[in-house]
Ligand binder design. Sequence first.
Ligand code: DAU
Length: 284
Amino acid sequence: MEKLFAEHDFDTVVHFAAESHVDRSILEPELFLTTNIVGTQTLLDAAMRHWKLSPDDKYSREYKPGVRYLQVSTDEVYGALGREGMFTETTPLSPNSPYSASKAGADLVVRAYHETYGLPVNITRCSNNYGPYQFPEKLIPLMIHNARKDRPLPVYGDGLQIRDWLHVRDHCAAIAAVLEKGEAGQVYNVGGNNEKANIEIIRLILKELGKPESLISYVKDRPGHDRRYAIDNTKITTLLGWRPEYTFEKGIRETIQWYLEHPEWVERITSGEYQRYYEKMYLN
Ligand code: DAU
């Protein structure tokens, strides 16, 4: 990190990198805590050292003008909702999986660097993303991949869990809006007001691909499975003027089409390690 900062003189860091899959965090929690919490601290330290006007003075709060550290977080740090309500930026953190606990931990470290060292930071907490290039461990690409191959579609529990889906391009536009107009130290929730039950999405994918519903296979539920997420996006829409552009109908069709047109990408990344993960997770 030190070397990269010295070479490129970054003025902005957007920290997207993370161990991001809940099911994998159940299998290997330590990896998640190390990567997501200690990894975040490593990046914060590098940014702080490079951006501080007096890098060796822990008590100084003066930074080069215009620098910004943005932590890409998740709505999962807020825990789960019942039928009613939405997550706002002031909803208490209540993570339920090792993954979401590691993201909540990282958010608290980012917050502490702002409070203690005056580092200009933002945190964005987005709902479920979908779109091209998503790794087929996540619901939508996994179901497209399996349906194409006429493999069973593993639905956890009753399939009635609800997620608030946002196209990845809309997420990126929200991050750009926060970088341009966000106030340092602020958290912004990002979501598309687009709640869907998992089973609805799975049925839609089968329909689009012309595959039978008999491929649906109800399997054992994910432990600690959050029932519902929903984002209140009032802060980012009213203060920063961001709005999602994609409707779910357009976005999901384009996404399915993208996966159909890129079988070589999918084949390449679903060999090797993915195959081992898939067997451990779904076949054993
Ligand atoms: O809410 C934002 C979060 O969305 C991100 O922070 C995470 O990095 C991302 O993985 C995602 O978390 P989820 O656990 O909601 O996403 P996932 O795609 O794993 O699952 C979506 C829903 O579908 C969830 O209720 C579990 C269910 N599911 C998932 C898989 C992979 C199934 O029923 N069967 C499956 O095989």
